[in-house]
Design a protein around this ligand. Structure first.
Ligand code: 3HC
Length: 720
């Protein structure tokens, strides 16, 4: 894994561990023996470390974490590099990250391809650069820059790294040749001033000020996360302690993180990110064996907030869009809004003024559906009503060319019921964007009974092209996101009836790490939408909903949200919802005594006695209900694997990444506990049938030892 090549008086250690040259055990062994060999070889006067293939090492091997560690540690390898009496030059290209950058910081010189990037992304894995990265980097860059690089995990481009002193030279030509030439030029020069362990942190006197500022920043930015705090403590150690003691402190802080639940969740998330877009259908069709169609043009039907934001997703990556809205006034408003949103992106330096112009040039607004006859893909984004969608799909089927894909942005409706309105069910699928669609990363792609593999391949591919995290799910009521999240909403409202207030529920879930509690989310999206859906469903079933309604079809129902609607409290847009706001559209939510009165009088009128609801119950009722549903989603094959569910929650529903997602969280709580509590709540709330425990959960919980999350699907599902 490390080739030892001698060219004249230069030894080259070439690391060969594709795809990213991770510093796995054999690479560490190879580097150590290579350094020892070069030092013993009388003909060698300098050593070059370089990566084969596309990159210098991009870090430690993440798959080795969590397994028993094997020597030599990276630090021991690094110390041998630094102690070498012959100059060691690291020659960087691609992405020199984490342990890779640490190898470079142990080296006496660092040169890099001018297109390369360096960084310490450990914090994103809930770790710190634990092979002396936190105590070596400040010696080159000073404290403020080191704190920023290490706590952000961001990649730094080579010219910037040169400016900060991380690199000694940029190379535009052949890296290996230039590295050898460079190596020859430093033979015989003193090395002690090149050994970072011998150099002081130049601004050590100001460490407390930097530490306090950076700590305040990371606590605000990375609320609840321990890794950024440990990074800062270790960097502070680099300035306050002698080198060896600082290294000891770093090792202790690293160990604490390595064994933390947060790091386990973040490492799981790293691999889940890569696994979720790899789709596979029960038929065996998969990303590996199915080619996507080429999409050159798109029509978006419906120019409301959602449709407009979806149009932006396509035009900003150069895919022309026809935006169709019946009403010209609404259409013109939408086009104006899109222009303004893109202008906002220019102001935030996300795109250039030129890119905005080019995007708008490929957007065309139309008031007639007939115009979409030639597009490759249609995304329908009209009001959530099955009949309306069926009508539109039937018309689209007649108008569009036979090869066009017809997709719906429905968030709940069964794709099969939409597909039957067409003569091309194989080309019908769901593309469920999350609001605001131009910002939210998730795309929940939905296949129905008849959706063809090439349609699936195409929507997954286009999702990637527009920069989304695409996850494939099978059609069902609410798919994965809304189906599971419905339990959170239901339980949250039921707990208001039983004794909690909106701010109690939100605070507990936000302290858990959710981006927003369910009541703040409802206020943001507007409670009128939910009211209309409930009324429509009741009408379809011939049910009259009143304030006294406590059961619908035998299921528990709360009319509290309906009371809010009747009071005109639609949320932020009306300045009042579950919270009060200073004015319509203001963002700061204040608890509202009026809401407490509404809830109390609701309970009095229905004879419900209120009680104190402890935080643990809030967590269990919201999350365990959703987790139980998640197991049903798995056992039905709606989601292929738990990672898919977790990625949907992370990118679409604000679940804290450092907890992995509801399914990973369940694995950490333990399935026996989850199962027992689900049974307990089912006993307590028999009129909420979603508490009926999932068969898959029951089976998995019955094992004498915990079944690892990567075995939750295939084996158990087939045994059910
Ligand atoms: N360990 C193990 N596997 C890794 C890995 C690593 N450090 N980095 C990437 N991989 C794997 C990926 O899982 C993927 O495998 P797959 O094909 O089986 O899914 C494959 O390598 C290719 O990775 P990407 O799909 O991410 O490739 P990209 O080209 O898009 O990105 C990258 C390359 C920027 C290097 C990106 O992979 C990355 O950010 N990797 C992680 C870097 C990192 O976190 N380094 C720090 C590790 S911790 C550490 O070093 C501790 C030390 O301080 C002691």
């Amino acid at each position: 894994m490390v080739d030892y090549i001698v060219d004249g008086n230069i030894a080259v250690l070439e690391i060969n561990n594709p795809p990213v040259n991770a510093l796995s055990i054999h690479v560490r062994e190879g580097l150590l023996t290579g350094i020892q060999k070069a030092n013993q070889d009388g003909s060698v006067q300098a050593i070059v470390i370089i990566g084969k293939g596309s990159t210098f090492p991009s870090g430690a091997d993440i798959r080795e974490f969590g397994k028993p560690p094997k020597e030599p540690w990276l630090t021991a390898v690094g110390e041998a590099i630094e102690a070498s009496e012959k100059p060691v030059i690291s020659a960087l290209h691609g992405t020199a990250l984490g342990g890779g950058l640490e190898v470079a910081l142990f080296s006496h010189y660092r040169i890099a391809d001018e297109r390369s990037r360096v960084g310490f992304p450990e914090v994103k894995l809930g770790l710190l650069p634990g092979a002396q990265g936190t105590i070596r980097l400040p010696r080159l860059t000073g404290l403020a820059v080191a704190m920023r690089i290490i706590t952000s995990g961001d990649h730094i481009n080579a010219p910037e790294a040169l400016k900060y002193g991380i690199l000694d030279k940029l190379i535009s030509g052949n890296l290996l040749q230039e590295a050898k030439t460079f190596a020859k030029s430093v033979i015989g020069k003193p090395l002690d001033n090149r050994r970072l362990s011998k150099i002081a942190v130049r601004d050590a006197a100001t460490v407390d000020k930097h530490f306090d500022e950076a700590l305040a920043e990371v606590k605000r930015k990375y609320k609840g996360m321990i890794a950024p705090v440990n990074c800062l403590k270790s960097i502070r150690g680099s300035a306050k302690l002698p080198f060896v003691e600082a290294a000891r402190l770093e090792a202790a802080l690293f160990r604490e993180l390595l064994t933390s639940a947060q790091s386990a969740a973040l490492r799981y998330s790293f691999f889940a990110d890569r696994s979720a877009p790899r789709w596979k259908l029960p038929s065996g069709a998969s990303i590996e064996n199915t080619k996507p169609d080429i999409i050159k043009s798109v029509a978006v039907i419906g120019a409301g907030t959602m449709g407009s934001a979806i149009a932006i997703c396509f035009i900003r990556v150069g895919i022309p869009v026809l935006l169709v809205e019946q009403n010209d006034k609404l259409l013109q408003n939408a086009l104006k809004n899109i222009g303004q949103i893109l202008q906002g992106s220019v102001k935030l330096n996300r795109i250039t003024a030129d890119q905005r112009k080019q995007s708008l040039q490929i957007l065309r607004g139309e008031t007639s559906l007939d115009i979409v006859s030639d597009v490759d893909l249609v995304v329908e984004a009209v009001f959530e009503n099955l009949k309306l969608k069926q009508e539109i799909f039937a018309r689209l089927d007649k108008i569009c060319k036979p090869s066009a894909l017809l997709c719906s942005n429905t968030s709940t409706l069964d794709i099969d019921k939409i597909a039957v309105a067409t003569n091309r069910p194989g080309k019908v699928a769901g593309m469920h964007f999350f609001a605001p669609a131009h910002i939210m990363k998730l795309l929940e792609n939905v296949y129905g009974t008849h959706t063809s593999p090439s349609t699936v391949a195409t929507i997954m591919d286009i999702g990637k092209r527009i920069g989304k995290v695409s996850v494939l799910v099978r059609t069902c009521d609410g798919f994965v996101a809304n189906r599971m999240n419905r339990m959170v909403g239901n339980e949250a409202v039921f707990m208001l009836e039983e004794g909690a207030l909106p701010q109690d529920v939100d605070r507990v879930l936000e302290d858990f790490g959710m981006a927003m509690g369910p009541f703040r989310v409802t206020d943001l999206s507007g409670s009128d939408v939910g009211w209309r859906i409930r009324q429509e469903r009741a009408k379809e079933q011939g049910i009259q909903l009143t304030y006294e309604t406590r059961f619908v079809n035998g299921e528990r129902y709360s009319s509290l949200p309906d009371r809010l609607y009747e009071l005109g409290r639609y949320g932020q847009k009306t300045g009042k919802g579950w919270y009060r706001y200073e004015k319509p559209f203001a963002r700061t939510a204040y608890p509202d005594p009026e809401i407490t009165d509404v809830i109390n009088s609701h309970c009095r009128s229905l004879g419900i006695e209120r009680r104190v609801i402890p935080p643990q119950e809030i967590i269990e009722r919201c999350l365990f209900a959703a987790i139980n549903e998640g197991f049903k989603v798995l056992e039905e094959g709606v989601a292929e694997k738990p990672e898919n569910i977790d990625i949907i929650w992370q990118y679409g529903l604000g679940f804290p990444r450092y907890r992995g997602g509801p399914m990973f969280y369940a694995s950490q709580v333990g399935l026996k506990t989850i199962y027992e509590r689900v049974c307990y709540y089912y006993d307590a709330f028999p009129h909420s049938s979603y508490w009926a425990p999932s068969d898959l959960l029951r089976k998995l919980a019955s094992h004498s030892t915990e079944v690892p999350i990567d075995q939750w699907t295939s084996k158990e599902r087939s045994r059910l």
